[in-house]
Design a protein around this ligand. Structure first.
Ligand code: ADP
Ligand code: ADP
Length: 233
């Protein structure tokens, strides 16, 4: 579903060069739930941004769903992102002066093929999926952190993405709410077959996924099946 071949990313700021990623070769098969761990600054966000076509590698090839990304024209990238990828961030990235329903509808505003009434229907279905049907008219400030993250997941789901990229989705949540979010992601993966790549600092969360890749200093240092997960199934 996602293939990274020989990816390198160098940030150039004035005279300072930072190598954020090097020699990254990673294949994420369709339907996998992969977690990425590693210390702060090791390149996890950069990796996720490159997988999500939000950032351009300095070298190497990204393939999404069998399609090599050869052009980095904004419009084409936006199209692939819109069609295939949903993003979930640690800090939710909701629009505070829009209602829950309007926040979830946002990604479809740019799709001329979807009518306003279909947009609302799809948003309600996505909110049902995350258990937030009773909060459609609320505003983000009226919700708990866990509920806000569920809105963000519903927003990621509305375009029916094949891939969800989640950057520390439980990082701002207490353990109970973190578990809830994790269970939603696990359901999406197991029931809908959504491919998920999740960056996390939480070893317990990583142990619930299928595979764990660890990074250090911009390089993969380990790649292993998660056995706890296999035993549960
Ligand atoms: P992580 O997500 O693991 O904390 P990042 O991917 O954010 O790591 O960063 C990897 C390295 O690249 C760090 O040294 C960071 O300072 C650097 N970096 C990240 N983004 C930029 C940027 N836009 N400009 C310059 N350096 C960056
Ligand atoms: P998080 O760890 O929560 O993912 P980061 O601190 O890694 O957040 O990065 C937040 C944003 O700032 C990222 O989009 C990254 O590209 C950018 N960034 C990180 N380090 C640098 C840096 N040294 N210079 C410029 N931008 C950076």
């Amino acid at each position: 579903m996602i293939t990274l071949s020989n990816i390198e990313k160098v940030y150039q700021t004035k005279s300072i060069e930072t190598v954020a990623l090097q020699h990254v070769n990673l294949r994420v098969p369709k339907g996998e739930f992969l977690s990425i761990m590693g210390p702060s600054g090791c390149g996890k966000s950069t990796l996720l941004n490159i997988m999500g076509l939000l950032d351009v590698p300095s070298q190497g090839v990204v393939e999404i769903d069998g399609q090599a990304i050869t052009s980095y024209k904004d419009k084409e990238l936006a199209h692939i992102r819109n069609e295939k990828i949903g993003f979930v961030f640690q800090s939710y990235h909701l629009v505070n002066d829009l209602s829950v329903l309007d926040n979830v509808e946002l990604p479809l505003l740019y799709r001329s093929s979807v009518s306003a009434s279909d947009r609302t229907k799809l948003a309600k279905t996505a909110l049902e999926k995350v258990g937030l049907s009773a909060r459609t008219k609320h505003f983000p400030a009226q919700l708990s952190g866990g509920q806000r993250q569920r809105v963000a997941i519903a927003r990621a789901l509305i375009g029916q993405p094949q891939i969800i990229l989640a950057d520390e989705p439980t990082g701002n949540l207490d353990s109970v709410m973190g578990e809830e979010i994790m269970n939603i992601l696990l359901d999406l993966n197991r029931q809908d077959g959504t491919t998920i790549v999740m960056v996390t600092h939480d070893e317990n969360m990583a142990q619930k996924t299928e595979r764990l890749v660890r990074f250090f200093d911009g390089q993969q240092v380990s790649d292993a099946k998660v056995f706890a997960n296999n035993l549960q199934q």
